[in-house]
Design a protein around this ligand. Structure first.
Ligand code: GSH
Length: 216
């Protein structure tokens, strides 16, 4: 299998795909996309006009696969070691997809809104949008806290696509809006995620770039 992942080491959605690749120990090539380099950016947009990563190239199937969730579902379908990331039972698969959507839409997106705002010039900031994002994050945290058990993963006892989504979402969300002591299960879950070798590796590899993350 000849896989190439177009990515950036700080991108939360790329982390999601990387976690799945490391979970299943899938050999692949990395292609870092430098959005600050106009030539590299333009070349990437030639492949994918929306310019979003992660983007997986599967040379054996002559296909480019955008969207982190679809990248992971593609791996689960095509690489035996990745199959366990998506349950085969339809009802459980639905639960996993529901949690994946939840973490992307209600944790990752408001977190990204707060981060993006920090990167804007002072005069272009959007305090109302950021306040709404913070309120949405608080609501999402409450939902996560009630849905988690004291052990195990986002859906049952197996590590799935839902956990691949939860790890970057909660990690970065915790950076911009720390998880309070009133959320013990969520805090413990984030610790379990950080200790998971696939995510620990992603964090280690991102460490040299973390100075670029806007802390405030
Ligand atoms: N829904 C997409 C979101 C991908 C996304 O927004 N990626 C960000 C990085 S975390 C990106 O490509 N940003 C660059 C840009 O929008 O120009 C997915 O799940 O892959």
């Amino acid at each position: 299998m000849a896989l190439t992942l177009y990515y950036h080491p700080l991108s939360s959605y790329c982390w999601k795909a990387l976690i799945a690749l490391y979970e299943a120990e899938i050999p692949f090539a990395k292609r870092l996309v430098d959005l600050q380099d106009p030539e590299d950016h333009a070349a990437f947009r030639e492949i994918t006009p929306l310019g979003k990563f992660p983007l997986l190239h599967d040379a054996d199937r002559d296909r480019y696969i955008p969207e982190s969730s679809i990248v992971i579902e593609h791996l689960a379908l095509t690489v035996p070691g990745a199959a366990r990331l998506m349950p085969t039972a339809a009802a459980q698969a639905l639960d996993v997809r529901a949690k994946d959507r939840f973490f992307d839409l209600y944790v990752m997106e408001p977190m990204a809104k707060i981060v993006e705002d920090r990167l804007r010039p002072e005069t272009e900031r959007d305090p109302r949008g950021v306040a709404a994002a913070r309120a949405r994050l608080d609501t999402a945290y409450g939902i996560v806290e009630h849905s988690l058990r004291e052990t195990g993963w986002a859906v049952g006892d197996d590590f799935t696509l839902a956990d691949c989504a939860a790890a970057p979402a909660l990690f970065y969300a915790n950076e911009v809006q720390p998880l309070s002591p009133a959320l013990p299960r969520t805090r413990a879950y984030l610790e379990r995620l950080r200790a998971r070798p696939s995510f620990a590796r992603v964090l280690r590899e991102a460490e040299p770039y973390m100075t670029l993350f806007p802390r405030s």
